[in-house]
Design a protein around this ligand. Structure first.
Ligand code: HEC
Length: 115
């Protein structure tokens, strides 16, 4: 009996970890950046009716990735159509926005490569 409930616990831990682990394939925001992401960006980027490209839906970000990271970052800072300037994140500095843009869109190779 005890082993059954342990197994249930392990199963639920695994499903929590799976959800948390998926986005870290693309970039590695720190805890502060993740909480900014959750309190700001996710309001739209996990709400399909807003028209924002959705986190975890790679097709939504294809054209964004095609235009390149620097052009995208300019749009994030200045806003574009339904995307408000800074994504409403007045507490985000440039580095935060860069990390969160990578994280949301799935730009490859966060800190590596050319600068
Ligand atoms: C009020 C809703 C809203 C919030 C908050 C928001 N976004 Fe957006 N975002 C949008 C919408 C809508 C678009 C699509 C704009 C378009 O292309 O028409 C978008 C587009 C983008 C794009 C693609 C820009 C491009 O060049 O096409 C990125 C990257 C992005 N958002 C990142 C973020 C990040 C990072 C945050 C948090 C700091 C954030 N967004 C917060 C609504 C939002």
């Amino acid at each position: 009996m005890v082993s059954v409930s342990k197994w249930n616990l392990i199963q639920s831990l695994c499903s929590v970890l799976a959800v948390v682990a998926v986005p870290t394939v693309f970039a590695s925001p720190d805890e502060r950046q993740i909480s900014l992401f959750i309190s700001k960006c996710v309001q739209c980027h996990a709400q399909p009716h807003t028209g924002a490209p959705q986190v975890g839906v790679p097709e939504d970000w294809e054209s964004v990735i095609d235009q390149g990271e620097d052009a995208t970052l300019v749009n994030v800072v200045h806003g574009i159509r339904g995307m408000p300037p800074l994504g409403y994140c007045s507490a985000c500095d440039e580095k935060d926005l860069r990390v969160l843009t990578r994280f949301a869109a799935g730009f490859p190779d966060p800190e590596e490569g050319k600068n």
